[in-house]
Design a protein around this ligand. Structure first.
Ligand SMILES: NC(=O)c1ccc[n+]([C@@H]2O[C@H](COP(=O)([O-])OP(=O)(O)OC[C@H]3O[C@@H](n4cnc5c(N)ncnc54)[C@H](OP(=O)(O)O)[C@@H]3O)[C@@H](O)[C@H]2O)c1
Length: 239
């Protein structure tokens, strides 16, 4: 499992692939042989990350795109298919966090989190599904969170977006399984990244981006007849 050639000839799109969890996933899929297309809004950071992947011998496309915008998603998918061919693996990873008492946020805060963490996944999946259905194959992996299973103070909008994502993922999985397309959610606990400017406490008690990439690698190498629909990841030692 997860050998260097397991994904040879496969094409993967990873949203938010310029840093953190998305970058680790892109690297992992690339080292397994996939060609990877990464997107993010900050072009300079995206280009820097793409160079680093190419430096490892990974065929990489870096396409600036805001996943909250339908027309930019169409362009991302179109350019990827033109350069690399049909998409086998879509990882919806791009996301933002916003933490604090719900009554201190406004409507545009709500829209920003929902559009990035939830609407974008609908738009991305809608963009790739027709070709996956035609080819009767594909993996869609949504990076959710344990905040999509639990609730906590100061997490209202973020939790709502990730609970919504869990519902979207489960229903899309049912819509698409008859076409041989597997849709899964990964729910990590706290991961050591720059997410929302959060400061990491004890790194030995926090997940690393590679832990999430490992789960993605496991999902995409699952034998065809079954799929792992939901993965929860926790640090071995409690924070
Ligand atoms: N870190 C954690 O503790 C943790 C735990 C559980 C789940 N997660 C989830 O894991 C995912 C990745 O988090 P992370 O920790 O790796 O965050 P991160 O380090 O902040 O990276 C987020 C990535 O998403 C991109 N992005 C954000 N908004 C975007 C947009 N509108 N369009 C395109 N790209 C966008 C960012 O690039 P630009 O800013 O340049 O666009 C960046 O590449 C998120 O969905 C998050 O909810 C994180």
């Amino acid at each position: 499992m997860q050998s260097e050639s397991a994904l040879l000839g496969k094409v993967a799109v990873v949203t938010g692939g310029s840093r953190g969890i998305g970058f680790a996933i892109a690297g992992r899929l690339g080292r397994m042989g996939a060609r990877v297309s990464i997107c993010a809004r900050d072009q300079a950071k995206l280009d820097q990350s793409a160079s680093s992947l190419r430096g490892e011998g990974i065929e990489t496309l870096a396409i600036p795109a805001d996943v909250t915008r339908g027309e930019q998603i169409s362009s991302l998918i179109g350019k990827t298919e033109k350069e690399f061919g049909p998409i086998d693996i879509l990882v919806n990873n791009a996301g933002v966090g916003l933490f604090g008492p719900f009554h201190e946020f406004n409507e545009s805060d709500w829209n920003r989190v929902m559009d990035t963490n939830l609407k974008s996944v609908f738009l991305m999946c809608r963009a790739v599904a027709p070709e996956m259905i035609r080819r009767q194959t594909g993996h869609i992996i949504n990076i959710s969170s344990l905040a999509g299973k639990n609730t906590f103070a100061n997490g209202a909008i973020y939790c709502a977006s990730k609970w919504g994502l869990m519902g979207l993922t489960g229903s899309m999985a049912e819509d698409l399984r008859k076409y041989g397309i597997r849709v899964s959610a990964i729910c990590p606990g706290s991961v050591a990244t720059e997410f929302s400017g959060q400061s990491v406490k004890d790194p030995s008690k926090t997940l690393q981006p590679e832990d999430v990439a490992h789960a993605v690698a496991a999902l995409v190498t699952q034998a065809e007849g079954s799929f792992i629909s939901e993965v929860h990841i926790r640090p071995t030692r409690k924070p």
